[in-house]
Design a binder for this molecule. Structure first.
Ligand code: NAP
Length: 547
């Protein structure tokens, strides 16, 4: 049999690594181009992030009709979303529907973890090896490895000796977990923890929320569609997709990113009277505290917004000490916006306690629970909602060897996460990234961006074939220029605030070079730029012919 260790590798025109949103889209696009393609997926089924993150309360914070593929009119008309903001099981079911509807399953090999990818410079071919020793060879590889797919294992001492149940939200058991009667600790209060807390609180005997950094979170508008609503939206799909493509964040309707675009049309906080500020909080709660035009551009305004935010929390959370501990100490806007369903309200339950790790950090995990400087909490279950080594983590975990033996993980570790257009890294020819560092996907609807990127890659592959080229490679100067541009766009902004450790800037991973990992110039501008590069003969890339 071919493909096994020591025998001939299986040959394809293109290998796609990953079968989540990006990988599924890529396989379909390349197959339609007439290329032989195979996707390799480490999980036992398709879905990527939406396969792994099956924790209670998991839900997208972008509307379902925009957080979905636009490339097939049939699919967008046939699939039935039941809620405005889709929950994890429905997104996973949607992705499986797409795979079957387009007959892609035979092109996707699950339970296949790629462990190394080596570029053969003499033949312009990538050789991929899996954990079981299977090998695949292709001139082109598309890394659809996801931006939030490498979970962070927090280095808390004693984890291994804990005798209770340890759960990771990012590797959650397939058949769920029954929290009834259990004493549960959740570590982490990012988007994941904030979503899981109210749902676990409903089931557990007692829930302790271990909070290192408090979250800014806005109430979600998730709700079931009313009868006829989805049909009306589908009838208007062309206009909805056009607006989505034209939107700065790749989503024109309400999403977690609404605040990032909507604030600019609001009055300024610095010039608002005390009465106007109070009225905003009274009328709109936490949103009233944050929706002001100057919160992202003026740190004094941002500080006032934080105070107002504290007042808004105090109106929801009855216990004053808990309410005070839930107020963030870092500026609003430097982390990805979070939306929630009943997060603050959960702290009014008798069976929920906040453990403020700013006041008393975790010392260790013991055989029976978590010990902080304030004492030990006995727990039957610990849920780790501790985030990801985002954007670069999944590819860095694979040994990716480019020209001259360069290893991608080392390059990103030493020089920081760079790429040209988020699409390629200098020194790694014929390896395309979907949503690499410097793409706009972190701070936008990533489905919009991935469709653009895969279109661009497909066009590029067709152009290379037509031109008789066997190699395309980002030039270091173009990469440096793109990195300088993406960096300049956020300089002096709240996004680089030194007090803020976020997956957006790499600050959440010990030792990772801090750099804002995204392009904030907007999805339409990015699309225009990438298309112009291609039309300009792939400006910033070197193209070469065999031999
Ligand atoms: P995250 O935002 O990075 O949050 C991780 C949390 O774990 C933080 O509160 C962090 O505290 C805490 N933490 C990490 N290590 C710790 C330690 N050793 N001790 C105590 N606390 C520790 O990760 P996430 O919540 O998984 O979210 C990541 C991204 O996934 C989101 O920003 C979003 O893009 C996406 N997501 C989206 C949704 C949605 O659509 N609604 C839901 C879930 C996730 P510090 O902040 O102090 O480091």
């Amino acid at each position: 049999m071919t493909g096994q260790a020591g025998i001939h590798p299986r040959e394809y025109d293109v290998v796609v690594v990953g079968a989540g949103f990006s990988g599924i889209c890529a396989v379909n696009r390349f197959r339609d181009l007439g290329l032989s393609v195979r996707a390799l997926e480490a999980a036992d089924a398709v879905g990527g992030t939406w396969r792994w993150n099956r924790y209670p309360g998991a839900r997208c914070d972008i509307e379902s009709i925009e957080y979905s593929y636009s490339f097939s009119e049939d699919i967008q008309q046939e699939w039935v979303w039941t809620e405005t903001l889709p929950c994890q099981p429905e997104i996973e079911a949607y992705l499986n529907f797409v795979v079957d509807r387009l007959d892609l399953r035979k092109l996707i090999q699950a339970s296949t973890e790629v462990v190394s990818m080596v570029f053969d410079e003499d033949n312009d071919r990538w050789l991929l090896t899996t954990a079981t020793g299977e090998t695949f060879r292709a001139p082109y590889v598309v890394a659809a490895t996801g931006i939030l797919s490498a979970p962070l294992d927090p280095d808390i001492p004693g984890k291994e000796r804990y005798g209770g149940v340890s759960l990771s939200t990012a590797r959650y058991p397939d058949d769920g977990f029954d929290y009834a009667g259990k004493r549960v600790g959740v570590i982490g209060t990012g988007s994941t923890g904030v979503q899981a807390v109210p749902v676990i609180a409903d089931a557990a005997a007692h829930l302790w929320v271990f909070q290192r950094s408090a979250a800014y979170t806005l109430p979600s508008n998730a709700r079931p569609f009313v009868p006829g609503e989805l049909d009306a939206l589908k009838a208007d799909y062309a206009a909805i997709r056009a607006a989505q493509r034209a939107a700065h964040v790749g989503a024109a309707r309400i999403s977690a990113f609404s605040v990032m675009v909507e604030v600019y049309s609001r009055p300024a906080l610095l010039t608002a009277t005390p009465e106007e500020r109070q009225a905003a909080v009274e009328e709109r709660g936490v949103a009233g505290a944050l929706y002001w035009s100057d919160v992202f551009t003026d740190m004094d305004a941002n500080a006032i917004a934080r105070e107002l935010y504290g007042e808004a929390i105090a109106r929801i959370v009855h216990d004053p000490a808990t309410a005070a501990a839930l107020v963030p100490t870092y500026p609003f806007g430097c982390k990805r916006p979070i939306i929630d369903l009943g997060y603050y309200e959960a702290f009014n339950r008798d069976n929920v306690s906040l453990v403020d790790l700013r006041a008393s950090p975790i010392v260790e995990i013991t055989e029976s629970g978590i010990r902080t400087e304030a004492g030990e909490v006995d727990l039957d279950v610990i849920v780790f909602a501790t985030g990801f080594d985002a954007v670069t983590g999944a590819l860095s975990a694979i040994e990716v060897r480019g020209c001259g033996g360069l290893v991608l993980g080392d390059v990103w570790r030493d020089a920081g996460a760079e790429s040209y257009l988020g699409l390629q890294v200098a020194g790694f020819p014929n390896l395309f990234l979907v949503q690499g560092p410097g793409s706009p996907s972190l701070a936008s609807n990533f489905v919009t961006v991935l469709e653009d990127s895969i279109d661009w890659i497909a066009t590029c592959l067709a152009d290379l074939r037509a031109g008789g080229y066997s190699r395309i490679e980002a030039l270091p100067a173009a990469q440096a220029e793109w990195t300088a541009l993406t960096t300049s766009l956020v300089e002096g902004s709240v996004l680089l605030d030194p007090s803020c450790n976020s997956w957006w800037n790499g600050g959440n991973v010990p030792g990772k070079k801090r750099r804002y990992l995204s392009y904030v110039g907007g999805v339409p501008e990015y699309r225009k730029h990438c298309i112009a590069v291609a039309e300009d003969g792939y400006r910033g890339f070197a193209l070469s012919t065999p031999g």
